[in-house]
Design a binder for this molecule. Sequence first.
Ligand code: SF4
Length: 443
Amino acid sequence: MIARNPGCMRSMFVSDSVHLFSNMRHLGRIGLFVATIRKFLVNLKRHERALFDAPGQEWTIRYMSKQGQAVFSMVKPSESVRTLEVLGNDLFFLVEQFKSNPHVTRMSSYQLLVRLLREQCRVEPNAEAGEPKVLIKPNKEVPSDSLQNPSDPDASYDGHKGKGYQMQVAETYSRDETKKPLSLITEVIVEPAHHSDAEALIPLIEATQQRGFGPEEVLADSLYGGDENCQKARERSVEVISPVIGRPQENGLTLADFTGADEGTVRLCPQGHVPVKVKHKKGKHTAIFSPEVCTVCPRINDCPVKAGKKGSYLHYDEKAPRLAKRRAYEKTPAFQEVYRFRAGIEGTMSQLDRKTRVKHLRVRGLAAVSFCATLKAAGLNLLRAAAFRNSQEDGNLALQQRNPGLFGLFSVFKEQFSSLWADFNTFGCYFNPDQLFVTKMTV
Ligand code: SF4
């Protein structure tokens, strides 16, 4: 994302997301069942010893002993389905056995059992056996926000990036290539990995606006720049520039070539013909062109109209003209010139990982991961600010070496002026003590 800051017309925001791995072990499904059941039993033993030691609980040895753990860690692929069924039945048994005990149901480890059962299993009534049947859901039916490890219940799963969290980052940048700019990270949002990037754009804009440096213009990749986001950003006086998701049309005419389509009513086709009728119904529009003009039109093969009973029909909805207009803009050199700056954020993501190891955090839980990631982003800002300051001072030193006389004169003037300004402030404060530490000037 790139955005223009009202305070500095050539300052931009860039944003992207990076995947974060918290300090949790990657568990397969068998490992997840075993770890969750074991966590509950350990807590039960610690807090409700009488229940843990009650007769008939000998099977808990399966989860608490080292031998039992070893059995589950060496399951052959051919036996994994059977093992999962056994684990599913144990899980169901535990949930049912303690569901009426308020001391147990209050335990967070019991709530994880219930969550695991809901997300990974389907319990069906079994009329023949009299007891419900526990079936393991196929992988594709398990939601992406499901439990990944009982030691970090907030972490979720993204099919593309894996298990953990993601960090949305926005930073400033400048299009002014004559000077080396100072880019600073302005906002960090950490969320579970399954969240869509599309949902992050508006919160990023709002968070920066609330702090008084909201953007005027945003460059983002296609996931952030859906039509809905563009409209919401415009309501907040922010222009989003991004490619439209999906493959652009290679050749031919598009809706953007029809006059009036962006206002909702097509008035002229690209060949200058007026539609014989335009219909509007529940946000859908249809422009009908005379078959006489379309059949002899030289652009009939390029045109998006479709032949129908009463003429050539052009169907479109509210957002189609806006998307067509953006696709047309994407092909222009002006768009390429602006959009090339978005690539700068990739360097920031790489720098965040190389310098702060943000992708491999040593904490767990959304709050701790968010706190750590924010601190690391702040640390990168400090590094960048220091490097920028050093580069400025190096530049001044080089200039000073080239013009020693001029700089000597400037230093004398600066000292005198600073001294005068300090006297003036002291004089002002004598009459207005409230301003004592407020009025400052750096020369
Ligand atoms: S095919 Fe019909 S609607 Fe399309 S450009 Fe030609 S005349 Fe216009």
